[in-house]
Design a protein around this ligand. Structure first.
Ligand SMILES: Cc1cc2nc3c(=O)[nH]c(=O)nc-3n(C[C@H](O)[C@H](O)[C@H](O)COP(=O)(O)OP(=O)(O)OC[C@H]3O[C@@H](n4cnc5c(N)ncnc54)[C@H](O)[C@@H]3O)c2cc1C
Length: 324
């Protein structure tokens, strides 16, 4: 029987959304392969999260609850995961989100086992004797197909923003087993010092309306009008990574692959081109309005309404209308 082993990523005491997306992919795949889903979770004080993992349809969770895993030390994680994976007999699919963590861990493991790896795929399916992964290229203008024998050991990272997050089902049951950390002296090159969690001033994932600005806003001071519009409309401010990297807006406003995934009733994107890394974080918004000077901006492909104009001309007019 095939096993699918999902690496459960934890941040700030919670199972990451991208892991829940992996669990959805694993569930679909398990139906086609007649596979059983197992999970592996590493950290400190993670007993509750191991139990929660079962409620997503995982039959068996391998838990490594150890003070040495208080921080994310990639070398410790890799060595211990390697020892856990050695217990399995192929066919096995080892799956993680294509987060910074997943992208560090999975290639290292694939190399240690000299196995195939599906890097950053939107989807994974079975066709005959093969597993098929779809990997987007050039901002999703091309879709590459990867294929490997399904009956071997395969490693996969799943891109976020393409699959719904698995939901908790309280009726599900399973088993949690403890596994001891495996760390060699050569791994101790990395020392975990401290986890610094950025101060969060806003949770844009809960907002019903987002007014988001990008590089097209043109500067930190000019971003004031985005804040003004969000306030006038009763929403929150979102931003592209370009605006965050330029230090115009704090990171907790960032939308996209390395930011937040949002599904508000209204998303208004101003001066944002619509790079795929941004789109994956907002394309499921119910109504998308784009304001852009470039009528060929990719954002317009997902927008329900578009205004081809300078945002600094549009926003003052909008504010005038709102304020009567
Ligand atoms: C691994 C990786 C992860 C990434 N993660 C993210 C992520 O999570 N989120 C994210 O957003 N990006 C992310 N990026 C970056 C992404 O690829 C883009 O570079 C970024 O989204 C571009 O931001 P932007 O649209 O604001 O800027 P640009 O692409 O420069 O677009 C600016 C837009 O503003 C328009 N414009 C200019 N002036 C005006 C005006 N006066 N009025 C109206 N429109 C105007 C232009 O026509 C243009 O379309 C990531 C990239 C990588 C490689």
């Amino acid at each position: 029987m095939t096993n699918i082993l999902v690496i459960i990523e934890v941040a700030k005491g919670k199972i990451m959304g991208i892991t829940k997306e992996c669990l959805t992919v694993a569930k679909e795949l398990s139906k086609d392969l007649g596979a059983e889903i197992e999970g592996v979770i590493l950290g400190q004080g993670i007993a509750d999260l191991a139990d929660e993992t079962i409620k997503y349809g995982v039959k068996k969770v391998h838990k490594v609850d150890d003070a040495q895993f208080a921080g994310t030390n990639i070398l410790y994680h890799t060595r211990t995961l390697e020892a856990i994976i050695k217990q399995f007999t192929p066919p096995v699919i080892i799956m993680a989100g294509a987060s910074l963590y997943g992208q560090e861990i999975i290639p290292r493991l694939a190399a240690r086992f000299n196995s195939a790896m599906f890097a950053s795929v939107n989807s994974l399916s079975v066709e005959g004797e093969n597993l098929i992964g779809i990997h987007p290229l050039f901002e999703e203008k091309l879709l590459g197909t990867m294929s490997a024998d399904k009956d071997q050991l395969n490693f996969v990272t799943i891109l976020g923003g393409n699959n719904p997050e698995a939901e908790i089902d309280e009726t599900l049951s399973g088993e949690v087993t403890d596994f001891s950390a495996v760390i060699s002296d050569s791994d101790k090159r990395e020392i975990f010092v401290e986890e610094i969690i950025a101060k969060v001033s806003v949770d844009i994932t809960k907002a019903k309306l987002i007014v988001a600005g990008g590089r097209g806003v043109g500067g930190k001071e000019k971003f004031a009008i985005i804040y003004e519009a969000a306030k006038a409309l009763g929403g929150e401010v979102g931003a592209s990574r370009a605006a965050v990297d330029a230090d115009w807006v704090p990171y907790d406003h960032e939308i996209g692959q390395t930011g937040k995934t949002i599904t508000p009733d209204f998303y208004i994107g101003l001066g944002i081109s619509g790079a795929i890394q941004h789109l994956v974080g907002m394309r499921n918004s119910k109504t998308i309005i784009a304001v852009n000077t470039d009528e060929e901006a990719p954002m317009l492909d997902v927008a329900h309404y578009a205004i081809i104009a300078d945002l600094h001309e549009v926003l003052p007019e909008l504010l005038k209308k709102i304020r009567g």
